[in-house]
Design a protein around this ligand. Sequence first.
Ligand code: DC
Length: 231
Amino acid sequence: METGRDLVIAIDGPAASGKSTVAIELARRLGLSLVDSGSMYRAVTLVALEREVPFDAEDPLREVAEWVSANFRMETPVDDAPRVFLADREVTDEIRSSEVGKAVSPVSAVPGVRDEMVRLQRCLGGPGGAVVEGRDIGTAVFPEAPLKVFLEAPADERSCRRFEELRGKGGNATLEEVEAEIAKRDSIDSSREHSPLSRAPDALLIDTSGIGVGDVVDAIISALRERGLIS
Ligand code: DC
């Protein structure tokens, strides 16, 4: 498949809407790099928790974000899940812990943290093109992206997905706890002052309930072809 040089595809949506799985598969099929912005905010949150930085301490949190920005690295093996590193330390599993999950929305609402992470996302997503996924990619990070996609699914379906995903990894949270965490994250992510989760008016809206990943990726590839962005 021929892709234009520097093609950026923005994929946004709420927690557990299927963004990560779709973005990984799309990047593989198009041979583009993957920028998972949620992992960056999770990495900042992990380090803030470890350094016991309060979630309302803007300057110390910005310093943590600067450190993460300088040390963040993601590997995307062809036949395995992406792996996240801070310098030489692998944090792939730690950034998915429920402690980080509970704290990531307040930490990522801090403007200094967002400024630093957006800089990193533009740096990694610009040259050579990329599939960039998150909450504000089409609205704030790459508003000029030639294709923006917004994935959504009802909250109960997203909670079931996340519940099964956590159980598969040996987690013991109840469905009720997962529902409460997703509802809280949706609320903080959508109502924060600085670049909240919202759909860009020109984004392609795909409801992922009951549809397989392959079908969602096919729909995105068709949209790219229709727009002449790939051949
Ligand atoms: O995609 P995820 O669930 O890993 O994202 C974790 C959190 O990071 C999410 O609840 C809010 C924050 N986030 C953000 O504020 N902006 C982004 N572009 C991506 C994630």
